[in-house]
Design a protein around this ligand. Structure first.
Ligand code: SAH
Length: 351
């Protein structure tokens, strides 16, 4: 009979010390092992070459490391790299490296699939299979950082949780992962360089405020009137615009951090000046800025990109209303790596 092993990366340092206490190994070993796991990103106990053999064997018999691995990489004409990561239980999840002149951004996933089914998003067509663990979230950052240094000789500067899944529906693992990414024992990145994007779960936005989160928060708004928003985002039925605005005002009162609204601009759906007026009105309720996002086509005929002159007029209207609004150019479209296009197309395992 094989005994089940424990995922060693479930523990913080204190917990690991407690776990290893029963083995009568010198105390400092726990620190060394922790360092191997989180600073050197060891993928096996055999690599831990400053540990004696009996400890390595003891670890191998009782614990396991469950890393994600890069299974496939695609490079876009614009240098964007999309990775299909395979988890230890053979599920596929995607992450993207977006290199620009000033930044190296990793776009990472929080869930395998997504339960929200927003009508414009390709990930929404996949079932949600499970939440990612904190270590799987950190692993994506480590792997994408390796790609950045190998291909562009630069380390990551920014991380956005805008890949597959809804991060606020996997709150505890996402926050544990972020702690590890920002901790000096881990990757030591600044929380100011991390942005979490949510489709809008008001209860969890308040929780982020209570927890005094220091990362940036972006809300996928996409329509600033309830009727329209509910048409494209079912989540709006339980988290309508009033509730979201109140949750964000609360979040701001706790964290003093400005919010970002993401607004995909769709042709003939939300790109009129009336829509811009609704958006301006909504933005004035919360200290915020707006990112206007080009629609990236998924295999869906229902939506189309708004023409340039409409987008320009829309942004001009917002600017006149003293709303800070920028148009975000899409990246990696040729390999389906752009926002909303992550659908494991290359690998059909996600069923
Ligand atoms: N669930 C989270 C994070 C994942 S989506 C959220 O909803 O925010 C990351 C961003 O991509 C969101 O703003 C999302 O609305 C946007 N997006 C989804 N589909 C898109 C598409 N087809 N074109 C452009 N952006 C899209």
């Amino acid at each position: 009979m094989t005994e089940s092993k424990t995922d060693i990366r479930l523990f913080n340092l204190g917990q690991l010390q407690a776990q290893l206490g029963k083995y009568n190994w010198p105390k400092f070993r726990a620190k060394q092992i922790y360092h191997w796991l989180w600073k050197k990103h060891a993928r096996s106990f055999g690599e831990m070459n400053n540990l004696p053999k009996d400890i390595i064997e003891g670890l191998e018999n009782n614990f396991e490391i469950l890393p994600i691995r890069v299974k496939d990489e695609q490079v876009s004409d614009d240098g964007t790299i999309k990775s299909a990561f395979e988890t230890a239980d053979k599920k596929i999840v995607e992450g993207v490296l977006i290199p620009t002149e000033k930044r190296m951004t990793a776009c990472i996933s929080s869930q395998i699939g997504c339960s929200l089914a927003c009508s414009f998003c390709a990930t929404g067509k996949l079932k949600r299979l499970r939440n990612l663990t904190a270590s799987e979230i950190v692993d994506q950052v480590v792997e994408i950082n390796n790609q950045a240094t190998t291909n562009y000789k630069k380390s990551l500067t920014n991380i956005v949780l805008m890949g597959m899944g809804e991060p606020l529906l996997n709150y505890s693992e996402v926050m544990k992962g972020i702690d590890m990414i920002t901790s000096e024992d881990g990757l030591g990145m600044s929380p100011r360089r991390i942005t979490l994007s949510t489709a809008g779960i008001s209860k969890m936005i308040r929780k982020m405020g209570d927890d005094m989160s220091r990362i940036n928060l972006a809300l996928s708004l996409h329509a600033a009137n309830d009727e329209k928003r509910s048409k494209i985002m079912a989540i709006n039925d339980q988290n309508n615009l009033d509730e979201l605005a109140e949750a964000m005002i609360y979040y701001y009162s706790k964290t003093k951090q400005m919010l970002t609204f993401e607004y995909i601009i769709f042709r003939d759906f939300n790109d009129s000046l009336d829509d811009a007026r609704d958006l301006a009105r909504f933005c004035k309720r919360v200290p915020s800025k707006v990112n206007i996002i080009e629609y990236n086509s998924t295999d869906d005929e229902q939506f189309a990109k708004s023409p340039e002159d409409r987008v320009d007029a829309f942004v001009e209207f917002l600017t006149k209303q003293k709303i800070v609004a920028k148009v975000r150019r899409s990246r990696g479209q040729d390999i389906d790596a752009a926002c909303g296009q992550l659908a494991n197309k290359n690998k059909a395992e996600l069923k």
